[in-house]
Design a protein. Sequence first.
Length: 256
Amino acid sequence: MDKYRLHVVPLPVVLVLSCFSVTAGNDNDDAGSPSEFEQALELTPDLDNGRELYKMCVACHGPEGWGDDNGSYPQIAGQLPGVIIKQLADIRAGNRDNPIMRAFSSRRALGGAQEIADVAGYIAALPMTSYNGQGSRRYLELGQDIYQRDCVDCHGENGEGDIKKHIPVIHGQHYEYLERQYRWIRNGRRRNANEDMVEQIQNYSLKEEKAVLSYTASLLPPEEKLADPDWQNPDFPKYKRSWRPDPTRDRRTSKQ
């Protein structure tokens, strides 16, 4: 466990209010307060409490936070803490549609700013798997060209995101999850998407879409963020793991 001891990840202290686009929901108890989430960004996470709160997340995201390589659930391990906080805020405020997640992110279930900081810190500190679901290898060169042209300025050379701007880590993400989110962003279903990205992807052909998403899914997390292939989160030893990403499959020989 020493190799993967969970360390406190400092949260960035600046959040532009407009990032939340907070609107009042039908239930005032669930409506996100901008000041609450700005406060969450400034708080030091209590990882012990974060571990307790993460019990609500295990059934879908898995004990390791690796999701499912068929894309049903994303890999959230190793995500930037500010990104996790922002997504919880947007779901809680009704700015991102996810009925299941809205229930789990409500104040009744999750609590306030400190609890949000705690669970975000715990998830951010989890090591990642490199055995994420892959797309087609056929157009990886085209995908790299598109990524370098349209994506690298925000998401980074290796999909590392931007901690100051709360732009998510996308390396190691499952292809089918990326594909679903891409389509929801393009058709307006994911309302908290970056407006520049929404406009940018409108005219991608199907070939270009598959190419850039396949290239994105092929991006490896850096070595220091990776778990060993057979690592299991010792905080949750009794959970079934039969559905988690398969380390026996060569990630580079997925769909042709």
